[in-house]
Design a protein around this ligand. Sequence first.
Ligand code: BTN
Length: 242
Amino acid sequence: MKKWLYKSFLIQEFEELPSTNSLAYEMAASREIISNEIIMAQAQISGKGRVGRSWESPRGNLYFSLVLRPKILSENIAEISFVSAVAIRLAIEKFSKKLCENKWPNDLILDGKKVAGILLESKISGVNCEFVVIGIGVNISSYPENTIFPATSLFGGVSPQDLLQNFLDEFEKIYAIWLNFGFTKIRNLWLERAFCLGKNISVKLTNEILEGIFKDIDEFGNLIIQVGNKDLKISAADVGVV
Ligand code: BTN
């Protein structure tokens, strides 16, 4: 394992781990990691995706988990995934000729395909957030086939370490805006490049699939979809293109 510093962040870079999120979570829970620390791996054996899915993690892509201890209420934790999604979008755009878009809730899209994903895990004490683990995977040089939503990669052009540093440059700024001024500005930054905004989407809930127009995200980051003449708020789902 290599340890290196970038700005106020301490990075522990492993050759291979089961999952950077799992190790970061364990180390945060046992207070081996306090804040602004990152667990990075060149490859993961059992990388985790959202809703219990796996995240294919061969060498050549970026896999990391950032631990933070913001003094916030648990109800605001989900906002951090939008902060992270805007920061990774801006970092990706520096190395991509194509525009990168934010797909609700926190996927990154290049050319209509998924290039990166975010898995936010947290520990809560009462109504307070104890810590959050922001896990990010970016397909730099390879992407998985046969995914539910089609995937792509940056097709090289940057090393995982350089992309991480660029993410941290952006994250520092956007996280400070969020801590000082709240979610409104972050929501606007996210909406500036929202995949399928104003278009028809499908939303897969536990027992049904809704189709309608993606209208907005609200002040908590919920998706607002217009189905018929009704606006519905969705807090968790998979979004597809119609
Ligand atoms: C998703 O889109 O389903 C979220 C994918 C998150 C993958 C990253 S890779 C680094 C970190 N460690 C994990 O096990 N998962 C996240």
